[in-house]
Each structure stands twice: as structure tokens, then as C-alpha cells.
Design a protein around this ligand. Structure first.
Ligand SMILES: C[S@@+](CC[C@H](N)C(=O)[O-])C[C@H]1O[C@@H](n2cnc3c(N)ncnc32)[C@H](O)[C@@H]1O
Length: 394
């Protein structure tokens, strides 16, 4: 029988006939790829709008890198700050930015097409909504600027996909990530990435704290809490909350100085250490991980969650907030961006809520729940408790 089986296995097998749904999809793909069919769809009144939307989406995907560079140029020349004080002519913009007039004439309509600026009449330009948002948020400008590094790393995406260990600037920038697992992070490394994280935290904190107000808790421990921006936002909303932070020693030292300067005094404490290996002193009834798990591969995330689990009181809550993959358009757009970001960074993953749930369960957590946020581009939220409590409750 075994011999017959092995003979059978050696026979070339006919490819399996695709199922009904796949045959339908193949037919549809053949039709959509056909230029004649495309023209018919584009002309027919009932399908014309759909065809236009499809071609605009394809155009955006094809040319998106040019749009990013237009945005980058506007940030680099400080266009939004310059226009925030009032409408300016192209000649005035040229002299304020030291660009040739012909370049300003090229850049302004391009910036208008992206909704960054608009005509103010009298041949002058003023901020449009998106430009005003960028002007009002240093974090967004810092993010756009730091993309210059990612842009260089992704210049040859196939080379990076073929060899994901290729040297990249993004991996150097996040000095704690990947195999380094937080070892040997210098003051300078910590300062560079922490400043970016702090300046981009306010939108995330607003989103998370609206979704999960911390008012029912007494003490929050923010692990990988950076310079304390999330705790500062939490403390401002809830004046009775005690705030405590764990991060790498150079980052924790920076957090102490910044939080003292912001007037949090004895409400705030910080511990320096390595969250994979060091004991975490933890008397908090809420432990937060904001934009932390996504930086690391599964094995590292498990080690971290187990270490946190050991430190937690049985009734305490763990809150995880970060961009998560999912079926919504915001979630999948965030996941596409982060999956290539993490490729260049040499570690991390934009996980689905289900994948995070599986890791939490492996690490000994239960009572796992999703908390709805308004904008999954900034963060989705999951809460959990040490599993022993779940067993007791159930
Ligand atoms: C992406 S930043 C997020 C910072 C902050 N939670 C935020 O959202 O702005 C990740 C943080 O984890 C910290 N971190 C990374 N590896 C660590 C380790 N092994 N031990 C302690 N902290 C670590 C970093 O120093 C950094 O502050």
C-alpha cells in the first residue's frame, strides 16, 4: 500500500480545477484587462463614474511618490508657516523661500492639487484645510521630514524584499529594534527617535483617551512610554491619576526632565531598564503599551508580554494602542504603509487584532476586548487582564 501511495505521488497531477468563485473572478479579470471592455465601461453612463474612480485610484498609486515629494518640498521650505500669517503673491513666496520665481509657479498649483493651499484671489495664495492642519501640528511635519530617510531606503523595493537584512537608514534610526533588543542605545540615538515620537503623540493620545478614558484608574504605568507624552496627556485629562513610566535608561532620564519641567512633580516616576529582560516594578492598575508591540517580531513581543504579565497585579488592565491591520480602508492603508516601514526597519509588524489576541493569550492574558477608536490610522485599542482573573470570573 505504502509503495502504491509513493508511486501515486510521483505521477504528475493535473492542476485542480478552480472553484466557481475563482472561475468568476478569472472571467472578470480577463474582461477588465481588455482595452475594448474598459472603453465601453468608461463610455456607458451607468458605469462611467466607477471607471473614473478606478482610474483615479490607479493614478494615485502610480504617482503617489511624486505627491509625497511635493508635500515634502512644501514642509522643507516652511510654506505653511509662511502662508499662515496671510495670503502672499508668488513673488513674495519666492523671496521668503529663496526659490526661483519659476519654481514657485510650478510648486503652487501642485500644492493646490493636493489640497494644501488655495487661491486667495488677487494672484495670491493662502492655506487650504490640509495645509492648515500641517501648520498646526509639528508632529505631522516631523513625520513628513523623517520620511526622507524611508524614501531613500525604499528606492529599490525589490532589492529590499529580496534581502530584508540589507543595510538601511531606517534600521539605524530605530536603534533599539530588531536583534539589538534595546541593547547599547546611546543618548544621541534615544534623543533622535524620542523627539519624533513625542511630537507625533498628541493625535494618538487624543484618539486613545477618547476611546478608553483612564478616569476609573488610580495609577498608569506606560511601558516604552518614551518621553512621557502619552502620560502627560493622560495626566492633564485626569488630575488624580498617578503616572509612571518604564523605558530604556537614556529615554527614562529624558522623560524625568521633561515631566518635571511640565510641572508633574511627584505625580510622575520613571524607571530605566530593558523591558524584555529586566524586572518591572509595577503597582499600577492600568499598564499601557502605546506604539510598542508593532516595533517587534513575534518572539520579542511574547517575551515582553510575559515579562509584563509577571509584573502585573491580577486585577490590573493592560491597554495596547497602535495601528492594527483590518478590513476597513483606514486599517488596511495603515497596514500597507507600516509593513514597508517595518521592512526597512528590520523588525516589527502591523498586526491584526486577532494576531495580537493570539500573542496575548500565549503570554497568559484573558478578558481580551477591542475598544472602538474613531480613526484607526492613528491607533486601534485592545484591553486585556492577566488570565488567572478571567478564570476566576468565569
Ligand atoms: C515607537 S516608540 C513609542 C514611544 C511612545 N510609547 C509613543 O507612542 O510615543 C517605542 C519606545 O519603546 C522603547 N523601547 C524599545 N525597546 C525597549 C526595551 N528593550 N526596553 C525598554 N524600552 C524599550 C523605546 O525607547 C521607545 O521609547
Amino acid at each position: 500500500m505504502a509503495l502504491l501511495d509513493s508511486l501515486d505521488m510521483d505521477k504528475p497531477r493535473a492542476p485542480a480545477r478552480p472553484g466557481f468563485r475563482q472561475r468568476l473572478r478569472n472571467l472578470r479579470n480577463r474582461l477588465v484587462a481588455d482595452a475594448g471592455f474598459q472603453q465601453k465601461v468608461a463610455r456607458f453612463p451607468l458605469t462611467r463614474g466607477f471607471a473614473r474612480k478606478q482610474s483615479e485610484a490607479l493614478f494615485r498609486a502610480t504617482t503617489g511618490f511624486v505627491q509625497s515629494q511635493i508635500l515634502f518640498a512644501c514642509v522643507e521650505i516652511d510654506l505653511f508657516a509662511i502662508l499662515a500669517s496671510g495670503p502672499l503673491s508668488e513673488q513674495e513666496i519666492a523671496s521668503r523661500t529663496s526659490l526661483p520665481l519659476a519654481s514657485v509657479k510650478r510648486l503652487m498649483p501642485a500644492a493646490r492639487a493636493l489640497g494644501l493651499i488655495r487661491s486667495a484671489g488677487n494672484e495670491k495664495w493662502t492655506l487650504d484645510d490640509t495645509g492648515a492642519v500641517i501648520h498646526g501640528n509639528e508632529g505631522i511635519r516631523a513625520m513628513i521630514r523623517h520620511h526622507a530617510m524611508l524614501y531613500r531606503d525604499l528606492a529599490d523595493p525589490v532589492a529590499l524584499l529580496r534581502d530584508p537584512t540589507r543595510v538601511t537608514e531606517t534600521a539605524d534610526y530605530w536603534a533599539y529594534a530588531g536583534e539589538r533588543r534595546g541593547r547599547d542605545v546611546s543618548d544621541t540615538d534615544a534623543q533622535t527617535y524620542s523627539a519624533l515620537m513625542r511630537s507625533s503623540q498628541d493625535l494618538v493620545a487624543a484618539e486613545v483617551l477618547d476611546a478608553y478614558p483612564l478616569g476609573s484608574h488610580k495609577t498608569v504605568l506606560d511601558i516604552g512610554g518614551g518621553e512621557g507624552a502619552f502620560l502627560a496627556a493622560s495626566g492633564q485629562r485626569h488630575p488624580d491619576l498617578s503616572l509612571s513610566l518604564f523605558d530604556l535608561p537614556p529615554v527614562a532620564e529624558r522623560a524625568k526632565l521633561i515631566m518635571q519641567g511640565a510641572g508633574f512633580g511627584s505625580r510622575f516616576t520613571a524607571q530605566g531598564g530593558n523591558f524584555f529582560t529586566d524586572n518591572i516594578a509595577n503597582d499600577a492598575d492600568c499598564v499601557t503599551l502605546v506604539r510598542v508591540l508593532c516595533d517587534h517580531d513575534d518572539a520579542a513581543v511574547l517575551a515582553l508580554l510575559r515579562n509584563i504579565r509577571r509584573s502585573m497585579a491580577p486585577t490590573a488592565t493592560l491597554l495596547i494602542a497602535e495601528p492594527m491591520d483590518g478590513p476597513g480602508s483606514g486599517e488596511s492603508a495603515a497596514a500597507a504603509y507600516f509593513s514597508f516601514y517595518f521592512l526597512a526597519m528590520h523588525s516589527g509588524a502591523c498586526r491584526s487584532a486577532e494576531a495580537i489576541t493570539a500573542l496575548l493569550e500565549d503570554a497568559g492574558f484573558g478578558s481580551i476586548a477591542r475598544v472602538h477608536t474613531r480613526n484607526p490610522l492613528f491607533a486601534s485599542v485592545i484591553t486585556a487582564k492577566p488570565a488567572a482573573e478571567t478564570v476566576n470570573i468565569d
